[in-house]
Design a protein around this ligand. Structure first.
Ligand code: AMP
Ligand code: FE
Ligand code: FE
Ligand code: ZN
Length: 276
């Protein structure tokens, strides 16, 4: 009974619709998946409905993009009340900022002699939160680069000419947002962080879990983050960060999983949060 607790759908930068994602998880014999789109809950009602139809547990989730200085820190939120008014109002502010940022990136690319049609990128994307991967895919589709990696490397990473930062959100704020929507905040892929000093501060701010199992984590990182969880009474979670077939061979659905028991643990914590 395995659960993949980190996946993306077309509500953010995934390739599969929430329904298709859940269907694939079922076909791969997973007992549960969490849909954790970047900064949006737009895919969750479709995903949960698909779960009911197909007979697989779908955990409502989110992955909030935050920064401290120039460092990216992603905070997962599990079992959030995704219809919570305050949460949705805050998320709308961030998705609107992502739309404006996308336009600025397109403008910067134009100044470099690269012409992409923002409207058609948005039309293809639909609802939810739009990000650099959508622009990377358009760069590739229009023959400006040969790979997504090249798109990021040449134009979209910090320090490259078309980079535009997102609207700032601190990880501490993200933890509060998730807790106030009765969700469980979990630090995503800590192995990609540049410093681990921050983890203690996140724990004091209400972090409740760490994503220990992740395709890019080394065995010694897995060991270290499991130890941190034990020491601090946090839930060790795990997931593949799947974005769709063909997007990254390393992040295939089901590549990193946890036992279904972890889903039960998160659910129990949610009940406790609700009673606070
Ligand atoms: P954004 O939230 O718009 O800043 O885009 C961040 C997302 O882009 C991440 O969550 C990844 O899905 C993707 N991403 C970031 N860096 C790269 C990269 N070098 N190659 C491929 N995808 C990337
Ligand atoms: Fe992504
Ligand atoms: Fe992430
Ligand atoms: Zn992710």
């Amino acid at each position: 009974m395995l659960a993949d607790l980190h996946t993306h759908s077309t509500a953010s930068d995934g390739i599969l619709s929430p329904y298709e994602l859940v269907k694939l998880a079922k076909a791969r014999n997973l007992a549960a998946i969490a849909i954790t789109d970047h900064d949006t809950v737009d895919g969750l009602s479709e995903g949960l409905e698909a779960g009911k139809q197909l007979g697989i547990t779908v955990v409502p989730g989110i992955e909030l993009s935050t920064q401290v200085g120039n460092w990216e820190i992603h905070i997962l939120g599990y079992f959030i009340d995704y219809s919570d008014g305050k949460l949705n109002a805050t998320l709308e502010k961030y998705t609107a900022a992502r739309l404006r940022r996308g336009e600025v990136i397109i403008q910067k690319l134009k100044e470099l002699g690269i012409y992409l049609d923002w409207e058609s990128i948005l039309n293809r994307h639909g609802e939810g939160s739009v990000g650099r991967p959508h622009i990377a895919r358009a760069l590739m589709a229009n023959g400006y680069v040969d790979s997504i990696e090249e798109a990021f490397h040449k134009y979209l990473n910090p320090g490259t000419p078309a980079f535009v930062p997102r609207l700032k959100l601190e990880p501490f704020e993200a933890i509060k947002m998730i807790r106030s929507a009765f969700g469980i905040p979990v630090l995503a892929h800590p192995g990609l962080l540049h410093s681990s000093n921050l983890i203690d501060q996140l724990i004091s701010s209400g972090l409740m879990g760490i994503e220990v199992y992740y395709p890019l984590h080394t065995p010694s990182q897995v060991q270290y983050y499991s130890y941190l969880c034990k020491k601090n009474g946090l839930v060790p979670t795990g997931g593949s960060d799947f974005h769709g077939i063909g997007t990254s061979s390393k992040k295939t659905i089901g590549l990193s999983t946890v036992d279904y028991e972890v889903v039960e643990k998160l659910k129990k914590l949610k009940k406790q949060n609700n009673q606070l």
